[in-house]
Design a protein around this ligand. Structure first.
Ligand SMILES: Cc1cc2nc3c(=O)[nH]c(=O)nc-3n(C[C@H](O)[C@H](O)[C@H](O)COP(=O)(O)OP(=O)(O)OC[C@H]3O[C@@H](n4cnc5c(N)ncnc54)[C@H](O)[C@@H]3O)c2cc1C
Length: 509
């Protein structure tokens, strides 16, 4: 095939630098995989949109080295203040906290505006030597058995051609790449009511900044105002009971129009609003692509599935797509794993997306049915119990496990231990990084595999690498050999060391 003379080559081209593309780029950067990440926006996404980072995603962001910066810029989820006009009628929690446990280091949802998350992930990528090419749009591509040839256009209209071994479409719900592939995106509208969302400065004494304020029975539709963390803006969400109304940010999200809307629905006269930093309109829907892999092109994040915002699942599922894909691309491109390993991205993540879509829709419907405020989001929204037990990559070799036992395919839990010098070390400290981790818990025989990308720890008493002084590792894992995938799931659980070599051969050729 002859390519234009201005063609450059890379291993992975990522279209879109939202949370999905950025997490993937960070993971590839730390694996030394050559990649380019382009985004058509000039400076990244400017809106608050997806603000709830679930406990499981926090574990992912801890591994990627971004969690401290995110918590420094964000905060815990405030209580919801329910109003009827100017009367406060009740306070309620919106998310159940996780049960405090040694296995769960992050037990509450982190709230942070999406633009800030994008900013922090962009900075983390730069720390690792990567860079987002802003103002650069993917306008077209061809794909064949060996790779993808994509056309990129910069803000000045100049075009260049890139040849990549893989293209990852992280280009959002309206994905250009998905449409060009012709992959069906099917689903349903979850709610016909349009919602206006805006980030705006609200002035005056109306609202304290310690609550998420909601008027569930306001005339005209629900109004919610959430003070955003560490900035002066509020996220305003106003749904319209009149489903035929077509809100237009240019008309309905000016400072004057928003002040009027807040005054009318809250009953507080004289609300003043300042600068509107971002505004958009959506109607909740649930849809997913019929497949996430088409040859050398992979769909991830909103390009692959969109959810109702209820329950805060979209961004979380999206960044965990990227986390599932990153190590597999690294294994194929660096360790000689068969290309078929990438098929398991499709198998594993289409199942998760379908489950999460059902969950988001059910939370949305529960809110609607309640009518007097949001329903309590249960622990299933934390995404800690999502698992890959049914995956073709999962090997559970032990028999007669007791009810409730950890199984291959489950998220590998954390546990506080100490090392030989008596220093506190958590299992998550041992997992942190792009490697596989082999845990030998209890008295199981174990020989460390001869591969730099696998780290082995004997966990227990006696001559162990990690002393399980309080028995938390034993309580969480039982005993045996546990091969932990780089994305923190138990790939293999066995009592036989020979199974470890066989498993590693599958994932690294
Ligand atoms: C009101 C609302 C509230 C939400 N709340 C939550 C929540 O609390 N928790 C949660 O988990 N999720 C939430 N979500 C969902 C969340 O915002 C999305 O799931 C998330 O943005 C998906 O990230 P992404 O990176 O896949 O896509 P996006 O964030 O959409 O990023 C796609 C990027 O691709 C770029 N792009 C597009 N086309 C091209 C192209 N051709 N070439 C180059 N670049 C391109 C865009 O500029 C953009 O930066 C909410 C969504 C809404 C609407």
């Amino acid at each position: 095939m002859s390519l234009p003379s201005n063609t450059s080559a890379t291993e992975v081209l990522i279209a879109g630098a939202g949370p999905t593309g950025l997490v993937l780029a960070i993971d590839l950067a730390r694996r030394g995989v050559r990649h380019r990440i382009v985004d058509r926006s000039e400076r990244g996404f400017p809106g608050s949109r997806g603000t709830g980072i679930q406990p499981r995603s926090q574990e992912v962001l801890d591994d990627l080295g971004a969690i401290d910066a995110l918590w420094a810029a964000g905060g815990p989820c405030p209580l919801v203040q329910i109003w009827e006009g100017t009367t406060r009628v009740g306070e309620q929690r919106i998310v159940a906290p996780a049960e405090p446990s040694p296995g769960v280091p992050y037990d509450e949802v982190l709230m942070i505006p999406q633009w800030r998350t994008v900013e922090i992930l962009t900075a983390r990528l730069e720390e690792l030597g990567g860079r987002v090419e802003f103002g650069t749009e993917l306008t077209g591509f061809d794909h064949d058995a060996d790779g993808v040839t994509a056309t990129l256009r910069d803000a000045g209209g100049a075009e260049q051609t890139v040849r990549a071994e893989y293209l990852v479409a992280a280009d959002g719900g309206r994905s250009t790449v998905r449409k060009a592939l012709g992959v069906a995106f099917t689903g349903e509208q979850v709610d016909p009511r349009p919602v206006l969302i805006a980030d705006v400065i609200v002035e005056g004494e109306l609202l304290d900044r310690d609550h998420w304020h909601m008027w569930p029975r306001a005339k005209g539709g629900i109004l919610a105002l959430r003070p955003l963390e560490n900035v002066e803006t509020y996220q305003v969400m106003a749904s319209f009971a009149d489903t035929s109304y077509e809100p237009d940010p240019a008309r309905d999200a000016t400072p004057e129009a928003l002040a009027r809307l807040i005054s009318e629905r809250s009953g507080h006269p004289g609300v003043r609003t300042g600068e509107v930093r971002w505004a958009s309109v959506y109607r909740a829907r649930a849809a997913m692509a019929e497949r996430f892999r088409t040859g050398r092109v992979l769909l991830a994040g909103d390009a692959a599935h969109v959810h109702s915002p209820a329950g805060g699942q979209g961004l979380n599922t999206s960044l965990q797509d990227a986390y599932n894909l990153g190590w597999k691309l690294g294994a194929v491109l660096r360790l000689g794993a068969p290309d078929a390993l990438l098929d398991t991205y499709d198998t594993e993540r289409t199942r998760v997306a379908a489950d999460v879509l059902r969950l988001s829709t059910s939370v949305h419907q529960a809110d609607r049915a309640a009518g007097n405020g949001p329903s309590l989001r249960g622990r299933e929204t934390h995404q800690l119990t999502l698992n890959y037990r049914e995956s073709p990559l999962t090997r559970e070799m032990r028999r007669d496990l007791p009810e409730g036992a950890l199984r291959a395919g489950d998220r590998a839990p954390d546990a506080p231990c100490v090392d030989a010098s008596g220093t506190a070390v958590r299992l998550f400290d041992a997992f942190r990084g792009p490697h596989f981790t082999l845990l030998a818990v209890g008295d199981t025989e174990c020989t460390a595999p001869d591969a730099a990308w696998v780290r082995t720890y004997r966990v227990g008493g006696g001559p162990a690498d990690l002393l399980d002084t309080e028995g938390h590792a034993k309580a969480a894992y039982g005993s045996g050999l546990f091969l932990i995938r780089p994305d923190g799931y138990v790939g293999l659980a066995t009592d036989d060391p020979a199974d470890v070599a066989a498993y590693l051969a599958r994932v690294a050729g």
